[in-house]
Design a binder for this molecule. Sequence first.
Ligand code: BG6
Length: 467
Amino acid sequence: MKKFNKSFLWGASSSAFQIEGAWNEDGKGESVADFNSFKRSKIQADSTVASDFYHHYHEDIKLMQEMGLQVYRFSIAWSRIIPDGDGEINQAGIDFYNHVIDDLLAADIVPFVTLYHFDLPLALAKKYNGWENRDCVIAFCRYAEICFKCFGDRVKYWQVINEQNLMIRVDERMNLWNTPLEKREQVRAQMDYHMFLANALVILNGHQLIPDGKFGPAISSTMTYPATSKPEDVWGAKMNDNFKTNYALEMYCYGKYPGYYLNYLKKIGVKLNTLPDDSEILATAKPDFIAVNYYRTLMAQYLPTDNNHSLGMRRNDIDFDLYGYFQIVNNPQLKASEYGAQIDPLGLRLVLNEYYHQFRLPLIITENGLGTADKINKQGEINDQYRIDYLRNHIVACYKAIEDGVNLVGYCPWSVLDLLSSHQGFKKRYGFIYVNRSDFDLKDLRRIPKASFYWYQQVIKNHGLKD
Ligand code: BG6
């Protein structure tokens, strides 16, 4: 048996724009995530209705209780609380999250709130070009303080920003698509810096306002294998981890960028606008935990510069290549999901070991899951054995990481119910609970627990795996 400690928290995750729907109801403002989803409205579902959690939250939380969830990680939509990001407060938004939090507590489920999950209020993107401007930091700190004051009596676990280290790579998520290419890396680096600063200020304020609260970032984890044993490839693989994740962890935990990152900024001619007090703010704000989102591993090799590509030039988006450093290649040792994520439970054990032994902070997994199509059979059931296998293997990896000495305190797979996948709409499902809709047909939005729901219920009840 693989039994976990009784204090280990079993949960599940979601994010606002991917489940709530009601995108403009009761005063909610449009977010960058809405805007981007509407650009795809003709090819897949958008955030208009999503899983309609906004109108189903009561019944959904009852199902979470039936599953036995001990913690639910979800996000608050900034533009539901402050529709234009830094103006009037929308009481209806506060009321909604009060209902959700109260329902969770009544069901004995710990609320674990993310303040910002890819959904910057669109008005701030228009007004300030979002995070490029320091005023966006001020707006975020105000929003966070409003949340702390409204919900902090009941919410003690706060994730400040979801996957800043991934979001910053995606031009669309940062609203960077209209920034001229020659300015893009300067703007991107400035936005990234401002988000680190915002994270630090919010953690400092959170510790003041909610003394028994715990605050931390959620990181999109990266584990990169070298394509060969050539030292250049091993270095390239390490730099891929460094540029995509480790530089951010260093900033969160130690308040400074590492030398390799500063050198890179210098080489590509980026100069950050900072203020004298920033370094102290960044150094004193200490996270209480690191939340880890894990789906897959990568493989990389060294990518030399050439006549047309100078040092530090980027190629591609999310899993970008960097000239003079690394290039992502396919790993023939691993099977991938139909959407290309290379499935690798052992990679999770490696990631947990690396982050814990480097930063010595409690870790909690806030995302891990298999995105794939599900089918309802004639009996009206969804037998998602493939998802059970995926989750089981990753839970074994967690168990082994704990045996290795990692302080892993909880596991919240993605996702509690089917939701809007950012790039594949409703075709790609992650949930324990099926939502009866397709990309273009809302059907009855009925909730149907999948086989994985009943399996996870037993895992929670048994505090782990029986075999
Ligand atoms: C994570 C995000 O990066 O990956 C989630 O935090 C997202 O919001 C998840 O849904 C899975 O990615 P996708 O593209 O399948 O939705």
